[in-house]
Structures are given as C-alpha cells and as structure tokens.
Ligand binder design. Structure first.
Ligand SMILES: [Cu+2]
Length: 256
C-alpha cells in the first residue's frame, strides 16, 4: 500500500463528516432564525444600508447600519422613523407606485407593495405601530447604527416567516424632491412636509443563509464547522476520525 494512499485517507473521512453535517435539515436548528435585507434608496435618496433581525421565540435583535440619508431637518438632526412593514406583497415599490405623479412615492402610495406598519424600530419604548410616527424615538442623522433587542409581536413574526416583511426607513432630503413635492404635506402627519415621512430606504427581508445551518447563529462567519453544535454529530465525526487514525496506524505497521 502506497504512502500516498494513506495520506489521502484522513482528509476523505473528514470530508464525509462535513457532508453529514450539511445534510442535517434546518428543523434540527436550535431555534434562532435570522432575516436580512439590503436597504436601497427610494425617492431619489442616494442612501444605503444593511439590516439583520435575529429571532428566538418572541425576542428579536436588530442590527442595522445606514448611511447617506438626509442629515438635518430644521437645523436639528433629522429623525428617520423606521418600521418593518407587513401584510402585502413583501416588496419595495417602484416609481410606478407614484399615483399622483409628483415624483415621490409617499408612504401611502407604497402601501400596496410593502403593507402596513407591523413593528416600529424605535430607539426606546413602544415598538408597536402606535409609535410609528413618534419622531422623538426615531434614530437621527445621515448615518446611524441601530441595535436593539425587543419583544416582537405575532403579526410581524408571521410576516417574517411568510417572507412579507419589508424594512422602510423614512425621511427624504427635501432638496432632492420636485418643486411640487416640496410644497406638499405629509400623508401620515399633515403638520409635517411630505419629505419628512416619505420612504428613503427600503429592503425586503429574506431568511438568511445562516439560519439554514444546523445550530446556525448569526455573525459566526462562514466555515463548514462553525454551525456544528450537535454533540452527537461531533461525537460521530470524532469517532470517524479516531477510526481513521486507528486504520492509519495499522496500515503503517503493515507497510513496514
Ligand atoms: Cu414605515
């Protein structure tokens, strides 16, 4: 038996164990499910962002980064109310949604695409739809990182599982809107200008790859072994390696 064959033996067994891990269905996972969205600018806003929501039972943890939004509003940091919208097509609107032709997709005009507010992504307190336009608990400024764990309502959970959750960050830079739109009032809060509440960023939430891995937790990075938390699997993989090592030793003796 050639030494080349013996050297190949161990890696082949190790690959077999990795293949076994990959074959474990998602239902064997520990209960964490994550959804993610890439946030793209709407209404002429050259902003962008990333969004991740990790759910365990009724506890949700959101990690979000955005940049390029309007920075100031009336000389103060611009409040950007933000929500997970639910119950419609689960998509971001195109300009075809601009029914009144003012060049802006208002929050109402976007409704048929992304639905109503399911969760308000506030900085503190209430996360229900009731807090949807409470500017004092909105993240502010051109760029922000939002990180919060909260109890998520069942309607939002249902939408996430159904693939109909859509993240919308509101608050446009008035200077980027048409002259006509700059004169219009908000469809949500008539005391505010249309720009203040219209969508600026949008992203449809989809189940992330990591949630498909056995024991998959977000932010553990790639790597085929990162998700293996099942002790039985590890024992099995270890047993295979021990068996391979034993065979290796026996064959080495035989080859002498
Ligand atoms: Cu919204």
């Amino acid at each position: 038996m050639s030494r080349t064959y013996l050297r190949l033996c161990l890696p082949v067994v190790a690959l077999g164990a990795a293949g076994l891990a990959a074959a474990i269905p998602a239902s064997a996972a520990s209960g964490d499910v994550s959804y993610q969205a890439t946030l793209n600018g709407l209404n002429h806003q050259s902003a962008s962002g990333s969004f991740m929501i990790s759910v365990k039972g009724d506890q949700a943890t959101v990690t979000e980064h955005v940049s390029g939004l309007a920075g100031a509003f009336g000389g103060k940091p611009y409040p950007h109310v933000q929500h997970i919208h639910i119950g419609a097509q689960g998509v971001c609107p195109t300009m075809a949604a601009d029914k009144n032709g003012d060049g802006v997709i208002s929050t109402t005009e976007g409704g048929p695409s992304y639905g109503a507010i399911g969760t308000t992504l506030s900085t503190s307190g209430d996360t229900s739809p009731k807090a949807g336009t409470t500017l004092t608990v909105a993240p502010t400024g051109a760029s922000f990182t939002y990180h919060r764990t909260f109890t998520v309502n069942s309607a939002t959970l249902v939408a996430l599982k159904a693939g109909t959750g859509v993240v919308v960050v509101h608050g446009d830079d008035p200077a980027t809107l048409s002259k006509r739109a700059q004169q219009e009032k908000s469809d949500l809060v008539p005391s505010l200008p249309l720009a203040a509440t219209s969508p600026a960023l949008c992203g449809a939430l989809t189940a992330s790859q990591m949630s498909q891995m056995p024991g998959g937790a977000p932010n553990t990075g790639g790597g085929s072994t990162a998700g293996i938390e099942d002790e039985g699997l590890l024992a099995l993989a270890g047993g295979l390696l021990v068996a391979a090592g034993g065979a290796f030793a026996v064959r080495r003796r035989l080859s002498r």
